[in-house]
Ligand binder design. Structure first.
Ligand SMILES: [Zn+2]
Length: 290
């Protein structure tokens, strides 16, 4: 393909990177997935793959953060202080624009991209107030309020909320900044460090999942108190554990203690309809200016 009739998309996650060509409605034409390593190695691989496809009309990027997503900022597209080795200060936008001169870049957080796709064509269609929480190497949330993706001065950092310790949990947490914030207690690395086994190896009846639901429910209760969303999508690798969404709803109902209506909570927390494709489809939708 060598015309500009196609769009490009890059989903830069903490663990994996997805690069795709596709259309403005989120249709993926071709894609490649590989592990996220160093900035140059990861981006060079993405750029090399895209170079074989011709020049896209524009590129949408959903990136892990913290990253400057305000196009007016002098460091637009740069990663800020991140525990991910080698990425702090790296300018994603500079690297991409050098490789694709003149191609418009639409950048947002990976979680906002995933949320955008779920709102347009997935589990939150029609919602004007919604969140997409990802559970993986880190924890983050994309937030939609009044039909608009929220950025704020930087962007929301849901994963760094403080949450009360689960009964019997003395684990100090793995966040290098806060220790026992939500991400420090409930991310994939936190689960692995606490239980000595990767999340994917823990069976559905393992106590790790009740504890995971405890932490997520407290985070989501805070989100409800501030945002009043009609949908909270919980996605990301760790969310694929059998029965986790129901456990979160049960715990949320319990700690809510009757304040918000049971009807509201019952259908609030759902898995992504687009599965592991939400982020890359969202990046395509962003590229299309949706
Ligand atoms: Zn933290």
């Amino acid at each position: 393909m060598h015309s500009s009739s196609f769009l490009a998309a890059l989903e830069l996650g903490g663990t994996k990177t997805v690069v795709a060509t596709g259309l403005a409605d989120g249709t993926v034409l071709e894609e490649i997935r590989f592990p996220t390593t160093t900035p140059d190695e990861t981006l060079d691989r993405a750029i090399e793959w895209l170079a074989g496809k011709g020049t896209p009309a524009s590129i949408g990027i959903g990136a892990f953060g913290p990253i400057r997503v305000d196009p007016e900022s002098p460091d637009f597209g740069s990663l800020l202080a991140t525990p991910k080795a080698g990425w702090s200060g790296f300018s994603l936008v500079r690297k991409i624009s050098a490789a694709l001169p003149g191609v418009p870049i639409h950048l947002d957080t990976d979680v906002n991209a995933a949320l955008w796709a779920e709102v347009a064509i997935g589990a939150a269609q029609g919602a004007r107030d919604a969140a997409y929480i990802t559970l993986g190497t880190g924890i983050g949330a994309g937030i939609l309020s009044g039909g608009k993706l929220i950025h704020g001065a930087l962007h929301p950092e849901f994963g760094h909320l403080k949450v009360p310790a689960a009964p019997g949990d003395s684990f100090p947490g793995v966040c290098p900044f806060h220790g026992n914030c939500l991400e420090g207690l409930a991310s994939g690395p936190a689960i692995a460090a606490r239980w000595g086994k990767a999340a994917a190896e823990l069976p559905p009846d393992h106590p790790a999942w009740e504890m995971e639901a405890w932490y997520l429910a407290h985070g989501i209760l805070a989100l409800i108190a501030i945002l009043s969303p009609s949908r909270v999508i919980v996605g990301g690798g760790v969310s694929q554990a059998d029965g986790l969404h129901a456990k979160i709803t049960d715990r949320l109902t319990e700690i809510n203690n009757g304040y918000f209506s049971a009807d509201m909570l019952e259908s609030l927390v759902v898995p992504p309809a687009l599965g592991q494709e939400a982020g890359i489809k969202g990046a395509l939708l962003l590229a299309g200016g949706a």
